[in-house]
Design a protein around this ligand. Structure first.
Ligand SMILES: [Zn+2]
Length: 138
């Protein structure tokens, strides 16, 4: 009897993220199957090579660069965890220079904008208290 496993399952097996029964089934089949062993070796090799070249592909092609809006939201801390993790990975681990430059640029814009908002708030506060004072007593 031959059990068949998908590549996705073998990947999950390498990550040890399959249900225990399925892990056991693969392990058992592995012992008697050169073909399955070979596939695992290939998948494992591809993963390592893939991880190594991922950054290069990104750098070269600027694949999957987050949009400027996403980078801006990331800086403001309003991105969902998963997306924020992706941006962090992209900018810090992959080291995308283009996005790192955008982040730097956005950071400057934001701190300028923050200063302006504080300034406006302060003005509004003074204006409203001035109005309040002017209104004074009837
Ligand atoms: Zn990028």
């Amino acid at each position: 009897m031959t059990m068949s496993f998908s590549n996705a399952e073998l990947e999950a097996f390498l990550d040890e993220s399959l249900p225990a029964e399925r892990m056991a089934a693969i392990e058992e089949t592995l012992r008697g199957s050169d073909e399955l062993q070979q596939r695992l070796v290939e998948i494992n090799g591809r993963r390592d090579a893939g991880l190594h070249s991922l950054g290069e592909i990104w750098r070269r092609r600027r694949l999957s660069c987050p949009t400027r809006e996403q980078l801006g939201s990331y800086l403001l801390g309003v991105l969902a965890d998963e997306a924020a993790e992706y941006v962090r990975f992209h900018v810090q681990s992959v080291g995308c220079r283009c996005c790192a430059a955008s982040v730097e640029d956005l950071r400057e814009q934001q701190s300028a904008a923050d200063a302006e908002v504080v300034q406006q708030r302060r003005q509004r506060y003074f204006q409203s208290s001035a109005g309040y004072l002017r209104r004074g007593k009837p």
